[in-house]
Design a protein around this ligand. Structure first.
Ligand code: COI
Length: 353
């Protein structure tokens, strides 16, 4: 592993006001792949722009994937990463789906741990705060022909974050999207690839103009609930937690998986199943859906207070955070902040020099 030191460090932002993903740290990690030589050495270097040909294949054909992971510093100053192996394993699966090279998970994990240790002063302390890690891989070969790419860049940038949705702005408002479709079985919905996100902006902008934060995607027939794009979703229906079953077209969320395990541990019944939108909205109207929340690395556990469908707003759980979502949030925080034993083996402790 190579390390190139910065000449000067940036001034850190105010950690009590961290718009999501705005401030990048001093360093980044980089590793390049060529068809001839495979992956090169991992390098930790000053955060900087890199030079890319205007013909680089990522810019034309969207062969790009990414991950969202987090590192934490607790009030004792101990640093850890949460389920980083699961993120890197999912990234290798996304790479496979997108015809990109897979990498040595352990070597990359070690590199990221080193990067986190170097950036330790950038990790904000407190529940909901973290250093967000963005591993990314892009096709770099300058070529307009649609044939397999001969060079890729893997890199990781980091930014200090707090909650994804602005604190104090009220509960999340979600519009059920019944015009556009995010993904279909056999497509790339399960891969964390850039195109899935690029395709979501139009629907999101339309929803924003109507006063919503995000959209809830339905399947290709607009019948079954899928995900919110920035998070998976869970409902409390008649006292039980229900979440859409993995269908091949929704993201295999790591926070989704952790939430299912933690909720069961907390004594809640959790069902993964197909959720028909008409049946769901009937239950919402009958007052049987007492909570809805999104779960994701960035979103953590975000309660949803309003669900818009076919021009009408439905209030969930009196537009207040509910007990199930709150219990889940606290259980997650306790593990991420090292306050409860890591019985699932999710935490990687980061050595500080
Ligand atoms: C994450 O939760 O880490 C995500 O990648 C979602 C989003 C910020 C794109």
């Amino acid at each position: 592993m190579k390390f190139i030191k910065c000449d000067h460090l940036k001034q850190k932002p105010d950690f009590s006001d961290l718009p999501f993903g705005k401030y990048m740290t001093d360093y980044m990690l980089e590793m390049d792949w060529t068809r001839e030589n495979g992956w090169g050495e991992i390098t930790i270097k000053p955060y900087e722009n890199f030079s890319l040909s205007p013909a680089a294949m990522i810019l034309h054909y969207g062969q790009g994937i990414f991950e969202g992971a987090k590192a934490f510093k607790n009030d004792k100053g101990e640093i850890s990463m949460f389920r980083i192996e699961s993120n890197l394993d999912r990234m290798n699966k996304s790479a496979w789906r997108m015809g990109m090279p897979t990498f040595d998970l352990n070597a990359v994990k070690e590199g990221i741990a080193k990067l986190v240790a170097i950036e330790k002063d950038w990790i904000p302390v407190g529940d909901g705060k973290a250093l967000y890690l963005r591993p990314t891989m892009i096709a770099t070969e300058p070529k307009i022909g649609v044939t397999s790419c001969g060079s890729f860049k893997f890199y990781v940038v980091c930014c200090p974050v707090s909650s994804y949705f602005k604190a104090g702005a009220g509960l999340v408002k979600i519009m059920i999207e019944d015009t556009f479709v995010r993904a279909c079985a056999g497509g790339t919905g399960e891969a964390k690839c850039v195109g899935n996100y690029g395709a979501s902006f139009l629907a999101m902008e339309i929803a924003k103009k109507k006063g919503y934060n995000q959209v809830l995607w339905l399947d290709v027939n607009h019948q079954y609930v899928e995900e919110v794009g920035t998070m998976n979703v869970m409902f409390v229906i008649d006292g039980e937690v229900v979440t859409p079953a993995l269908s091949g077209s929704i993201l295999r969320g790591i926070t989704r998986d952790s939430s299912i395990m933690l909720l069961r541990e907390l004594g809640y019944k959790v069902r993964e199943e197909k959720i028909d939108i008409h049946e769901l909205m009937k239950k919402v109207a009958e007052g049987r859906v007492t909570e809805m929340f999104g779960v994701g690395t960035a979103a953590i556990v975000s309660p949803v207070g309003t669900l818009g469908y076919e021009g009408k707003d439905y209030i969930i759980g009196e537009n207040k955070p509910g007990p199930v979502g709150q219990a889940l949030y606290h259980a997650m925080m306790d593990i991420q902040q090292g306050r409860t034993p890591d019985k699932f083996g999710w935490v990687t402790h980061v050595k500080q020099d």
